[in-house]
Ligand binder design. Structure first.
Ligand SMILES: [Ca+2]
Length: 233
């Protein structure tokens, strides 16, 4: 009798491990595509003197950790500081993150990327980044790729603190922890579904009911196996 219980326990364990592996694989494969404006048909004002070119946006996801922006190098290859500021909105006083580059790092073929510690609660929050190159003259100034026709929302390009029509050519990147991915999976499953099918609780109850029914089935099977053992002996 003990041996049959053992076999049953092993089958149950193998099934549970297989199910967990399938679930983990589905969750791990979830990732969030970068969000931003790929259009770059125009250029911003030159980043010279006091000029500040920026972009405000509301993060669509948690885990904001990287921003890429496309720049146009200066006509002359001069080495000037290029400073990027990330703040909590166009009127925020303090930087959340500051990075300094050299204008010589600007490559017209590749976006300039900057990374910071993931902002776990970024979803729905407004962010603003702006670039400046103080001390640079007009003729040696780089500029930022920009599209006046971009309709990305909620997002606005800024010039010296004033919003412009259109958006900079930029992308924001998001990284998710397992628990964030589970939340994302549930929200994708419930998106645009009617009634109960649109409720996250419905799927959690469904999963719990599944485990309960399966448990009851295995218990019943176990009892039956044990019963037959008793008859055998
Ligand atoms: Ca916009």
């Amino acid at each position: 009798m003990k041996r049959r219980y053992l076999i049953l326990a092993l089958i149950t364990a193998a099934w549970a491990i297989a199910l967990a592996a399938v679930a983990k694989n589905a969750i791990d494969r979830l990732n969030v595509p970068p969000w931003g404006n790929p259009m770059a048909d125009s250029t911003s004002a030159p980043l010279a003197g006091d000029t500040r070119v920026g972009q405000a946006f509301v993060a669509p996801m948690d885990g904001l950790y990287r921003i890429e922006v496309v720049l146009v190098p200066a006509p002359e290859d001069t080495d000037r500081p290029l400073i990027l500021h990330l703040t909590a909105g166009p009127t925020a006083q303090e930087d959340l993150y500051t990075a300094e580059f050299s204008t010589t790092e600007i490559d017209p073929a590749t976006a300039l990327g900057f990374e910071f510690g993931p902002i776990r609660d970024s979803k729905g929050r407004e962010f603003f980044f702006y670039l400046e190159s103080p001390g640079t003259d007009l003729e040696e100034a780089p500029s930022v790729r920009f599209s006046p026709n971009s309709t990305l929302e909620p997002a606005d390009a800024y010039l010296n603190g004033e919003p412009l029509a259109g958006d900079l050519a930029f992308h924001s990147f998001y990284t998710l922890r397992t628990r964030d991915k589970v939340g994302l999976l549930l929200s994708r499953m419930t998106e645009d579904r009617p009634y109960l099918m649109g409720s996250e609780a419905f799927y959690l109850v469904l999963a719990a009911a599944y485990v309960l029914v399966l448990g009851a089935f295995l218990y019943k099977l176990g009892s039956q196996v044990a019963g037959e053992e008793d008859k055998d002996s």
